[in-house]
Design a protein around this ligand. Structure first.
Ligand code: GLA
Length: 377
């Protein structure tokens, strides 16, 4: 989490007056990738980095924003039907509009914000941004919306104002995170459980490929469409309700691509359950084995990997890391690695060297600390 004093100083110098501070985190996901919009399970946790903001109502209907990291500002009226064209500010405009639509009496405000969650790394910087504003507006204007509703407001913002047909995982995790716990969410029912995450002998390490991950304009929505086509042909609401037998019966009628997409999703739903059981036994080697299987599926069947991510996963395997896979939407961003304590230092040194030798650019390791969900500071 960043120091908020500079944010307060900016708010004071740009707009005058003091603000209330809020924070919402990014997330990791142990397993359960591209399952959320298929009604499956996900296994995320919030991290200790994210977006922080300071905000104060200004008595009018205008919203004044300043993003310190981008050094860009924006102004719009809460009643404006179009909103800003700068995609970055559309995330906030969308949250404001969705909060109003949900009946929260949002009025004009001034806000300054910044963060420490790497952008485009697949750690859900955009969900952190949406959730931070949704949480802050709910608190400031007495909205009384619960955390799941606020998460859905973030998701609706992505759908309607940004054009990414994402699932609920990222916003859910940013809202519900708890220190030292991962969460298993059933995306069909919305039910979830906390799983303590405190392995004595292992660490989670992310390796950012620094290939910019950007879901806006990526084939993310096409993946979702494939899944929806198969579900429709199977006569079910979503792929969670499609079993292996049904998929095999349908196979002759499906395009080869759609079949492989669905095969990945069904496999991933099974893998989340296998990981839940392995965690209950404390069997981290099995957790890691499932992570490698997920990566194979994401790379070959779901085709959301890239050369750099495949290389990082192969390197992890070669160096004896217990589990590794690309994390998040794909097309760049991070790998998540389950690494035995004895191996962490060597892995980090060697993976950075070999990545540089192979691609001529640096990858960036990030040690993960599981933190709390959105909060007022
Ligand atoms: C992105 C989306 C999520 C989820 C993941 C893949 O992070 O925002 O909803 O679909 O990709 O698991």
């Amino acid at each position: 989490m960043i120091n908020i004093i500079p944010l307060q100083q900016q708010l004071e110098s740009r707009f005058g007056g003091d603000g209330v501070a809020y924070f919402a985190p990014g997330r990791i996901n142990l397993i359960g990738e591209h399952t959320d919009y298929n009604g499956g399970f996900v296994f995320p946790g919030a991290v200790d980095c994210g977006i922080s903001l300071v905000m104060r109502p200004n008595g009018g209907t205008e919203v004044n924003l300043y993003a310190v990291d981008l050094d860009r500002s924006c102004r719009f009226d809460i009643h404006d039907e179009e909103g800003p064209s700068d995609i970055h500010f559309r995330y906030i405009y969308g949250v404001v509009r969705e909060m109003l639509a949900a009946g929260v009496a949002v009025r004009g405000f001034d806000a300054v914000y910044g963060g420490d969650v790497p952008l485009g790394a697949g750690m859900s910087s955009s969900a952190a941004l949406e959730c931070c504003f949704a949480f802050a507006l709910n608190d400031t204007y007495g909205g009384n919306l619960d955390r799941m509703t606020l998460a859905r407001i973030g998701q609706a913002t992505e759908h309607k104002y940004v054009g990414v047909k994402c699932g609920i995982m990222d916003q859910f995790a940013s809202m519900h995170g708890r220190a030292c716990s991962l969460m298993r969410l059933d995306c069909n029912s919305g039910e979830f459980d906390y799983f303590p995450w405190n392995p004595a002998d292992y660490r989670l390490v992310l390796v950012n490929s620094c290939v910019k991950h950007e879901l806006v304009g990526s084939p993310y929505n096409e993946r979702r469409e494939s899944c929806e086509r198969v579900a429709q042909m199977a006569g079910v609401k979503n792929l969670r309700y499609c079993d292996w037998e049904r998929l095999e019966t349908l196979k002759p009628k499906l395009s080869e691509t759609d079949y492989r997409r669905a095969r990945y999703v069904l496999g991933e739903v099974d893998r989340v359950m296998a990981v839940s059981e392995a965690l209950q036994r404390g069997d981290y080697e099995e957790v890691g084995r499932q992570m490698y299987l997920t990566h194979e599926g994401l790379s070959r069947d779901y085709e959301v990997s890239c050369e750099e991510l495949d290389f990082l996963v192969d390197e992890a395997r070669r160096l004896g890391v217990s589990g590794a896979r690309l994390m998040g939407g794909g097309f760049g961003g991070c790998t998540i690695n389950l690494v035995h304590n004895d191996l962490v230092d060597r892995f980090l040194v060697e993976v950075q060297e070999s990545y540089k030798a192979r691609f001529g650019v640096d990858c960036k390791p990030i040690k993960v600390t599981i933190g709390e969900g959105a909060m007022r500071l």
